[in-house]
Design a protein around this ligand. Structure first.
Ligand SMILES: Cc1cc2nc3c(=O)[nH]c(=O)nc-3n(C[C@H](O)[C@H](O)[C@H](O)COP(=O)(O)O)c2cc1C
Length: 199
């Protein structure tokens, strides 16, 4: 039985193409692997704080340090998000491309879960990921067409192994902004790949 954590990170709600791809993946997963445990987190609803000069100190061990109520709250949130990741072995991330980047919501998420001693550590041989996530599937929707030059692909291919994800696969629906026909064909192509991936 796999334990699969699905993350949505769009701000477009019902109009979101990446959210729709996540919903499609969940439907396939539930139909084909009914024994797997599925969790869904919508980061737009999680309202995660942005790291700033006050919150950055919670990323280091805080023993003996007097924390502000805002720091305590962010630390508890970071602990619970990391615990959630540790309770899963498979990750599916829906992601938009906004201004050549991931959404602020997803960035805030990674800023809270990338914690030394919890999800990664540095050794003499370099960084070592501490999560035991076997695979991550990234479902990406973009207005333009970038192919292998997609800047956020590099981000996922680096940050996910950094925290201990063994295998990363990216499925893209590109050209969402090129008109209805192009959008439909991009979505259909991505759904086809999702079906094959989920198995
Ligand atoms: C605020 C905003 C910024 C965007 N910036 C880009 C961009 O830099 N490059 C691009 O190709 N598309 C851009 N787009 C188009 C989105 O990538 C496209 O709408 C995609 O479907 C977003 O995923 P979502 O529908 O899951 O939110 C942008 C859309 C929005 C709303």
């Amino acid at each position: 039985m796999r334990k699969v954590l699905f993350l949505k990170s769009s701000i477009l709600g019902d109009y979101s193409q990446s959210n729709a791809l996540v919903d499609f993946a969940i439907k396939n997963w539930e139909a084909n692997h009914p024994n797997d445990k599925i969790t869904l987190r919508d980061l737009n609803e999680s309202k995660l704080p942005t790291l700033d000069s006050e919150l950055v100190s919670i990323l280091r061990p805080t023993d003996g340090i007097e924390l502000s109520s805002r720091q305590k709250e962010a630390l508890a949130l970071s602990d619970s998000l990391i615990a959630e990741l540790k309770a899963h072995d498979t990750l599916v991330i829906g992601t938009p491309l906004y201004n050549y980047n991931i959404s602020s919501q997803l960035k805030n998420y990674f800023d809270l879960v990338c914690r030394a001693g919890e999800t990664f550590k540095y050794t003499e041989k370099g960084p070592e990921g501490l999560l035991a996530i076997n695979e991550a599937l990234v479902l990406k929707a973009t207005g333009g067409i970038y192919g292998e030059n997609a800047v956020i692909d590099q981000f996922f291919n680096q940050i996910l192994p950094f925290i201990g994800v063994k295998k990363v696969t990216i499925i893209s629906a590109e050209g969402i902004a090129y008109g209805d026909e192009m959008m439909q064909s991009a979505i259909a192509g991505a759904k086809d790949k999702i079906e094959k991936y989920v198995g």
